[in-house]
Write a protein that binds this ligand. Structure first.
Ligand code: GH3
Ligand code: MG
Ligand code: MG
Ligand code: MG
Length: 311
């Protein structure tokens, strides 16, 4: 049994509870075969400033997941063709949806059935009829945590730059964007010169400090739309959207020169650090092939004496 709320009452109820709204609204997918129930939840989410995708047919979920890319998923338990538990199981089998919060919202009151549903990958079990404030509070908490977890997962902890995996995924999405827009895209591989020697001479903590200072240097000198990643130990990868090879070459050479002039203090003395780069514009090849080409160019810069940018 479900009692539909008057939208006016609903707004009043929700406005009593103020949450710090993130600038970017949470994307919430709702799967419920009852149209009235789905509409109610949709209203609650809308009033709470969230973005929703409501599905009344569980068979549409798989396609919609890719297209909408939800940050939180609300599942009804009993639906024709498929239960919420079965859906949760399928969702959890996809690697990239491993940590998306799943909230069951059902009239099921049997605790053992609720626990079984939770064991299939659900994070919360809320029972209908649900109080709007309760639902919104749960979504805010789950959404906030999911976002901070995600923010940690995509970054390298030493430098705060994107990590290897996320850099590659940004390269992939920028490649498809460039493919659609016809705009140029350039990829840079950067590697510090003789870094092993620097570690051996001045110690690992000084090495770490140089990695951090180069990261900051790159962030300050590149555009907001460029993506900088720590690709490996002392190797960085940079994705430059809307940039031609000759422009990237110019920018990286300027950064290379300025960075090489910095005095790196250590144990009462100071020294200089340089890096080498391979710069490759995307020609229509796969992300992996582009990386390999940039890497080959970087290798060329190394064998030609280091402290240079090669395109
Ligand atoms: P090349 O100019 O040919 O690139 O020489 P290299 O010494 O920089 O290259 P090599 O691959 O021989 O050594 C890389 C060094 O980078 C070895 C490793 O100890 C150091 N390194 C990798 N990750 C870190 C890190 O997180 N912190 C510090 N301090 N050093 C690191
Ligand atoms: Mg149902
Ligand atoms: Mg190196
Ligand atoms: Mg290296």
């Amino acid at each position: 049994f479900y009692q539909a709320l008057d939208p006016g009452q609903l707004i009043e109820k929700i406005e009593h509870y103020s949450y710090a709204h993130p600038p970017d609204p949470y994307r919430v997918m709702v799967v419920d075969d009852s149209k009235a129930q789905a509409k109610y939840i949709e209203n609650v989410l809308q009033k709470a400033g969230m973005r929703s995708r409501v599905l009344t047919d569980p068979m549409e979920v798989i396609d919609a997941l890719d297209e909408f890319s939800p940050e939180i998923i609300i599942l009804d338990m009993y639906m024709p063709g498929c239960t919420g538990t079965e859906l949760a199981k399928v969702i959890r089998q996809q690697d990239h949806l491993h940590s998306v919060p799943i909230i069951y919202l059902s009239a099921e009151e049997d605790v053992s059935k609720q626990l079984h549903a939770m064991s299939m990958g659900g994070d919360d079990f809320l029972t209908k009829p649900i109080d709007a404030k309760h639902l919104v509070a749960t979504l805010h908490n789950r959404g906030r945590r999911a976002r901070s977890l995600l923010a940690l997962m995509i970054r390298d902890s030493l430098t705060g730059l994107y990590n290897h995996t996320h850099t590659l995924s940004l390269l992939e999405s920028e490649i498809s964007r460039a493919h659609q827009s016809g705009q140029p895209l350039t990829f840079v591989m950067l590697d510090l010169d003789h870094f092993k020697r620097i570690n051996d001479t001045y110690g690992h903590p000084i090495g770490d400090r140089i990695l951090k200072s180069l990261s900051l240097f790159l962030k300050q000198r590149l555009r907001k739309t460029d993506h900088i990643g720590r690709y490996g130990g002392e190797e960085f990868a940079i994705v430059l959207p809307d940039t031609r090879e000759e422009d990237a070459l110019g920018v990286m050479n300027e950064i290379r020169e300025k960075f090489s002039q910095l005095r790196q203090p250590a144990a009462g003395t100071d020294f200089h650090v340089t890096f080498s780069c391979g710069v490759a514009q995307w020609w229509g090849e796969s992300p992996q092939e582009l990386c390999e080409r940039a890497d080959t160019l970087l290798y060329g810069a190394k064998s030609e004496g280091r402290n240079q940018v090669v395109a």
